[in-house]
Design a protein around this ligand. Structure first.
Ligand SMILES: Nc1ncnc2c1ncn2[C@@H]1O[C@H](COP(=O)(O)OP(=O)(O)OP(=O)(O)O)[C@@H](O)[C@H]1O
Ligand SMILES: [Mg+2]
Length: 400
């Protein structure tokens, strides 16, 4: 495989913010560069909040007019995304680099610059992993698989609990089931575990979060799965902020091979923070018109958030229900292929009521086979690279 053939490389998903002299021209050149996918741009950070938070960005290029280090601007970007930030300025003051390093900015580029230099710096920044990624020294980079549907009762929790169980038990992966249905989560009940601690206890606990601390707050199921349940009381949900959740996911990635996230049917802040880190989004659908209508809207929202379509997989639950609609009609309505079909089975509600996942209770049932093959398939996808990161200031290009 050739490592130098740029046409073979995946394009870097970049968002551009801010402005300075010469930045418009640079941004236009970058937008048409074959190695970059410019997801969007905005002159102020606030207008780009949606794409910054949910765009699954690999880097942010921020231009500043400030002669000194623009700490507020960088902090504002950081409140939306953990993606590497490259700072562009038309003039640099002494101490700019040091301050940039302290603020975890990947590179500082003084204009004018050759486009190739900027693209090189952008690509290099993506090899450093996300912010905090090397702070705990863990070697893993677990996959985050989010199970979502904009309609309640479609089978999110049944899918998330069984998928996570299948990953732990049948794929032998170190797996975390994270219940992000923060107000009314029932993943723990479906797993039959009685949690001593929940995500609420974890986020209100004092001190910095690391892998060891996370392990102290999860509940272990006999199949090997770790469960981090939703808060016990709905009013505690709001303490699980985007920032806390972002950190939690980064730490979870370092200690688990896969993190399966169960969700509520809303695009709230914690959900956006999760989307920003999601490797695979399983969108649950069923054979009914209201669910399809909401799913189309959800796909449009994901598009507005610049969430990569390649990471979305449609799961048709209760696919064999005789309700006057066929799976191919679902594909027609959504404009997307159904990736997995999970049949309806009486064994599911029976298993739910016993607090024992159906993949364990009825291993060979069709529904269990479908979910087990979903788990198997998940590990065929390539992982993102995570190498060390080096920062530097890149001086302006001079024709002289
Ligand atoms: N494939 C299936 N076959 C039979 N019953 C199913 C299937 N999938 C889900 N169910 C039933 O549907 C009910 C709702 O499923 P589940 O709780 O997983 O939905 P949800 O999307 O998580 O709902 P909510 O939005 O309320 O969290 C479950 O109690 C389960 O018994
Ligand atoms: Mg649920």
């Amino acid at each position: 495989m050739s490592g130098t053939d740029t046409t073979q490389r995946e394009r870097v998903r970049l968002y551009a913010t801010g402005s300075c002299e010469g930045f418009d021209k640079l941004r236009d050149s970058i937008a048409s560069h074959p190695e970059i996918e410019l997801v969007g741009s905005s002159t102020d950070v606030a207008s780009g909040a949606g794409a910054l938070a949910g765009g699954h960005l690999q880097a942010v290029l921020h231009a500043t007019r400030s002669a000194t280090f623009p700490a507020d601007e960088i902090e504002s970007i950081r409140s939306h995304t953990q993606a590497p930030i490259l700072l562009v300025a038309s003039s640099g003051s002494a101490g700019l680099l040091e301050q940039a390093l302290d603020a975890d900015v990947s590179d500082v580029l003084l204009l004018p610059q050759l486009v190739e230099n900027v693209v090189f710096a952008i690509r290099k920044s993506t090899r450093g992993g996300r912010r905090h990624a090397d702070s705990n020294g863990g070697g893993r980079h677990g996959r985050i698989v989010t199970v979502f549907s904009p309609k309640g009762g479609t089978g999110k929790t049944v899918t998330a609990t069984n998928l996570a169980t299948a990953c732990a038990k049948f794929e032998g992966r170190k797996t975390l089931l994270l219940d992000l249905d923060l107000q009314f989560g029932d993943a723990a009940i479906m797993m039959g575990v009685e949690p001593e601690k929940t995500i609420y206890d974890l986020v209100v606990a004092p001190g910095e979060l690391d892998s060891e601390k996370l392990a102290g707050y999860t509940t272990k199921h006999a199949c090997g799965l770790s469960v981090l349940p939703a808060p016990l009381r709905p009013e505690d949900a709001e303490l699980v902020t985007e920032a806390k959740l972002g950190r939690l996911l980064e730490v979870a990635r370092e200690s688990f091979d896969v993190i399966v996230v169960d969700t509520s049917p809303f695009f709230h802040g914690p959900m956006l923070a999760t989307l920003d880190r999601t490797d695979e989004l399983l969108l649950l659908c069923s054979l009914d018109v209201p669910t399809l209508k909401n799913l189309r809207l959800a796909l449009q929202t994901l598009d507005l958030l610049s969430f990569p379509k390649s990471r979305v997989k449609i799961v048709l639950n209760r696919s064999n229900s005789k309700v006057g609609m066929k799976p191919n009609e679902v594909e027609g309505a959504l404009g997307m292929k159904v990736r997995f079909e999970v049949p309806s089975d009486r064994a599911v509600p029976l298993a739910v009521n016993r607090g024992n996942p159906v993949v364990l209770a009825e291993e060979s049932a069709d529904v269990s086979r479908a979910i087990k093959s979903m788990a198997k398939e998940m590990f065929r996808a390539p992982k993102e690279e995570a190498a060390g990161k080096k920062r530097r200031i890149i001086p302006a290009f001079s024709k002289a």
